[in-house]
Ligand binder design. Structure first.
Ligand SMILES: *[C@@H]1O[C@H](CO)[C@@H](O)[C@H](O)[C@H]1NC(C)=O
Ligand SMILES: *[C@@H]1O[C@H](CO)[C@@H](O)[C@H](O)[C@H]1NC(C)=O
Ligand SMILES: *[C@@H]1O[C@H](CO)[C@@H](O)[C@H](O)[C@H]1NC(C)=O
Ligand SMILES: *[C@@H]1O[C@H](CO)[C@@H](O)[C@H](O)[C@H]1NC(C)=O
Ligand SMILES: *[C@@H]1O[C@H](CO)[C@@H](O)[C@H](O)[C@H]1NC(C)=O
Ligand SMILES: *[C@@H]1O[C@H](CO)[C@@H](O)[C@H](O)[C@H]1NC(C)=O
Length: 396
């Protein structure tokens, strides 16, 4: 897979989201560098200190905590990681020092009814392996830190004395590569919190499928195999999962990891996730003649065969999510062409935001978190039935 492509897609999506956010009242939250991280050997790819952004809760939210992993693709070989280390995806030195908090991170009760007054934290992503690696590369001329796992631990240890350690309620969340991190760290997170706390996890657009591409290649498997091996991820994957599979690195895929997660989990994903469509199902390597380029830009331009392929992808996603008890796994699988729906206000909670059975994403997540309704598994009818979608399609 072309990782520059991955980064470009993510950047395009973020730029799009940002343009929409800037039209509204913005909440900007400053960065906190984790000074004690160096003692733990927790560094970004380039050796800079890891960081997070914390906006304090108030009132009834004072002892409630929402942690949100930032996303942004991965790097799976030396070339892509060296390149990444020179960008804001691999170094806190190059990141914006203020982040916009919107959607699930908003502090406005009418935009984020259930979490607006919680302590809300955005964990910055600078390791390139969904906060899960632990290795180092140094050959005398080049060096890179692959310390995502240590970054996770360093941030948690920094937040525990700030109140996280006494939380009464907590939600670990994240989008894209951050949504994957949420699967990987969910049970570990709950162990740091008081035994009687209500702890749950949410993944937004992180349910990356172990699916063959249209040329029958396991493009995504190869990417994850290389990533797990380069960044020393395997030791940090769930042991009962890795010992049950012939290919232990597959436990990096949520569909294998989810079975072993004991903490209540919510899967928010579109069945036609545009990242997965463009990089797992139809990666550029499998569409050299560009037969899919119109369909990728506009679902209405897909021909019958392409639609059938997309419906097959949706079927496989639903199959991978089947059989989970409603009390353990909630879900909201809509039929939109998008990637990440919890951080941008338009898709999270607004009059015209996406809905299933007339329920917005914020309502579905809130109902599930607070056990307000029986049904916690919302699955949309297949494309093109849903007229509430915000299709957020990255430009090529
Ligand atoms: C909260 O959001 C509502 C709806 O967009 C807006 O009317 C109101 O001004 C916002 N409140 C604050 C304090 O920004
Ligand atoms: C060190 O690794 C980098 C990246 O793989 C490579 O470009 C460089 O040639 C290596 N240097 C030595 C001395 O092997
Ligand atoms: C959890 O237990 C602690 C210590 O016994 C107590 O102070 C706290 O109120 C309890 N929290 C909940 C949510 O029950
Ligand atoms: C979380 O995971 C790390 C790495 O496996 C481990 O060292 C740590 O003890 C775990 N934390 C808890 C509270 O179990
Ligand atoms: C599929 O994978 C094989 C083996 O890795 C490779 O030789 C081939 O070029 C790949 N085909 C495409 C279209 O990516
Ligand atoms: C859908 O929900 C909205 C707001 O939650 C409500 O005003 C509307 O009446 C509902 N529509 C239907 C058809 O139930």
């Amino acid at each position: 897979m072309n990782l520059n492509g991955v980064v470009a897609v993510v950047l395009a999506l973020l730029a799009y989201a940002a343009r929409r956010i800037y039209a509204q009242n913005r909440l900007l939250v400053p960065m906190t560098l984790v000074q004690k991280a160096s003692a733990l050997g927790a560094f970004c790819l380039d050796g800079s200190l890891p960081a997070y952004h914390l906006h304090r809760g108030s009132g009834t939210g004072t002892d409630k905590w929402l942690l949100q992993f930032e996303g942004g693709g991965w790097c799976n070989d030396m070339a892509s990681c060296l390149e990444r280390a020179k960008t804001r995806r691999g170094s806190t030195r190059l990141m914006t020092k203020w982040e916009v908090f919107s959607g699930i991170l908003s502090n406005n009760a009418s935009l984020n009814p259930d979490f607006y007054n919680w302590n809300r934290v955005k964990l910055r992503y600078c390791d390139g392996a969904s906060f899960a690696g632990d290795a180092k590369f140094d050959n005398g001329t080049s060096f890179l830190y692959f310390r995502g796992q240590k970054i996770w631990e360093a941030i948690i240890h920094d937040l525990l004395p700030k109140g996280l350690g006494h939380a009464r309620m907590a939600l670990l969340s994240g989008c894209s590569a951050g949504g994957l991190a949420s699967f990987l760290h969910c049970d570990n997170f709950s162990k740091y919190l008081p035994e009687n706390a209500s702890v749950k996890c949410l993944s937004d657009a992180g349910f990356f499928l172990d699916e063959r591409d249209i040329s029958s290649n396991y493009t995504m498997r190869s990417l994850y195999r290389d990533l797990v091996s380069l960044q020393g991820v395997e030791q940090n994957l769930e042991k009962t999962c890795t010992s049950s599979l012939k290919l232990p690195y597959l436990c990096f895929f949520p569909q294998y990891a989810l079975k072993y997660i004991n903490t209540p989990f919510f899967v928010l994903n579109t069945a036609y996730d545009v990242f997965q469509f463009n990089h797992i199902l139809v990666p550029p390597s499998a569409d050299v003649h560009g037969d899919w380029s119109h369909c990728k830009q506009n679902p209405a331009a897909c021909n019958a065969n392409q639609l059938e392929t997309l419906q097959g992808f949706r079927d496989d996603m639903l199959l991978a999510l089947r059989g989970y008890d409603k009390s353990r796994v909630g879900m909201f699988i809509n039929s939109c062409f998008a990637h990440c729906q919890s951080e941008s206000q338009d898709t999270w909670f607004r009059d015209d935001s996406p809905r299933i059975h007339n329920k917005s994403i914020a309502e579905a997540v809130g109902d599930w978190y607070f056990n307000r309704r029986m049904s916690t598994q919302e699955i949309d009818c297949a494309y093109p039935c849903d007229s509430t979608c915000h299709n957020l399609i990255p430009k090529p």
